[in-house]
Design a protein. Structure first.
Length: 151
């Protein structure tokens, strides 16, 4: 049913206002199994007033912290999501999503992985280069937080 519904979505709609209820109505275990596919669909969705794409990423993140995605998909999911999230210009939406994905980071990666990938400011800044100026400081703070929690 999920795939048939997504096919109908792709064929006839493609907007965030329709994708949000689809994403929110399925069990987080099912969503997490198909999260990498969902990131591609979310990226291609047309943003509609009242349902910004950021709302989709927040819903996905909440599902992913409730149920862990398959190991090979964990880093690609984080990378796909973060490429989009760093471009969000509304600070409140950015921080809400970033906070959820810090939880995702801590649940799905070892202390060593977190330290090696996100520990240094230069690494953090290269991950978030090109992001909105207001969000760059938030990214540094969240990166520091993730590293401290792992200690």
């Amino acid at each position: 049913m999920f795939f048939a519904l997504l096919q109908q979505y792709r064929d006839y709609c493609g907007c965030s206002a329709v994708l949000f209820p689809i994403l929110s109505s399925f069990d987080p275990a099912f969503v997490s199994q198909h999260a990498l596919d969902m990131t591609a669909i979310m990226k291609a969705s047309a943003e509609v007033s009242g349902t910004p794409r950021s709302k989709l990423y927040l819903a996905l993140g909440k599902a992913l912290i409730q149920h862990t995605p398959p190991q090979p998909q964990r880093l690609p999911i984080l990378n796909d999501v973060w490429k989009v999230v760093t471009k969000i210009e509304q600070p409140t939406a950015y921080v809400e999503i970033a906070a959820v994905f810090v939880q995702y980071l801590l649940l799905n990666f070892t202390e060593r992985e977190v330290r090696s990938r996100w520990a240094s400011d230069s690494c953090c800044m290269s991950r978030w280069s090109g992001c909105h100026d207001d969000n760059a400081e938030c990214s540094r703070v969240l990166c520091s937080f993730a590293v401290r929690v792992c200690r």
